[in-house]
Design a protein around this ligand. Sequence first.
Ligand SMILES: *Cc1c(COP(=O)(O)O)cnc(C)c1O
Length: 413
Amino acid sequence: MAQINDHYLKLQAGYLFPEIARRVNAFCEANPDAAVIKMGIGDVTQPLAPAIVKAMHEAVDEMANAETFRGYGPEQGYPFLREAIAKNDFQDRGIDVSADEIFVSDGSKCDSGNLLDIFGSDNVIAVLDPVYPVYVDTNVMAGHTGPADENGRYGKLVYMPVTAETNFEPAIPDQHVDLIYLCYPNNPTGTVASRETLTKWVEYAKEHDAIIFYDAAYEGFVSDPDVPRSIFEIPGARDVAIELRSFSKTAGFTGTRCAFTVIPKTLMGKTSDGQEKDIHSLWNRRHCTKFNGVSYPVQRGAAAAYSDEGKAQVQELVSFYMNNARLLREGLEAAGLEVFGGVNAPYVWVKTPDGISSWDFFDQLLEKSHIVGTPGSGFGAAGEGYFRLSAFNSLENTQTAIERIQKSLAVSS
Ligand SMILES: *Cc1c(COP(=O)(O)O)cnc(C)c1O
């Protein structure tokens, strides 16, 4: 019989979202008339911007014509898109990133997992807690961890708790680590990292020859001019960081699929015999071997997000969601809840009232207010006592949800 990858058996079987679905289904069966509002999963709800749709239509027409038809494109992405990204997201903001340091892909989720292909198995790996589960699970699959303990924490990983007590700032590790996952603006907490904080991380990484995986999927939601939108705004970051970006949340591409990863040519790792080797060429080799590029119409759509029209329309989408986030934050605070995030990110992170557990608050919100959120403990042990609500919804649903939560909390207190 063929041998399987035993590391998969260590996985805590995707507990969070199936368990949410199970409880919601049970509730809906028992209460078929309840109008349940789903504010759990982080997925966009608004249609693609018109400038993007137009560019995609035109690209499809090109594919329908023998003169303009295109087959395989460059694995790394078409120059028109890589150049638009380099100029608009980096160079126009004074950040040193060139088009050939950008690798276009079909998603940041896959990129963050695939990156592990080019790293060895003996690295010490640090993650935030609570955390985007993909970082942890892909390391489990790659055999980089021990089994999970009773809190669901895997052996060998270094967990860095982020809670209100430390202002959602992870402490710099007091030990050596090789790979560090940072996600800002953060999913799930909706909080951001200051320039000072990121500078400390870059300094740590330099001192320890570590590499930072910087997930900036929510960069487009930053409105505060003092909050960094890229790790590469920090001096020296080109020598220690990889940045992951996605069109998913910012431009509504969750179903369309386009993202990119920035690997500076100055970033180095070491071979098992101690030689320096650049990461860019390894990733290029991996990407070209295992990936054949994002579809042409999708890349045209992504590039249209950088036209004047596209930028304005994408900004409108972001503002729409961020208005929901503001209403959520203010409405929940008015209801007496302690609320974090939601200013430069489309998530609010709520402290559960009276210290009840994340899952108890989930049940209470579902039963009394018919609202589905995400229990913080599902993102890690340090998420216990918190709850995530998403601003990706219609204005009407957001307003109704706030009214219901205010009513139920007023009744119970
Ligand atoms: C949504 C999200 C992404 C984007 O993933 P895609 O595969 O590009 O859709 C990446 N990181 C985090 C933390 C996310 O929440």
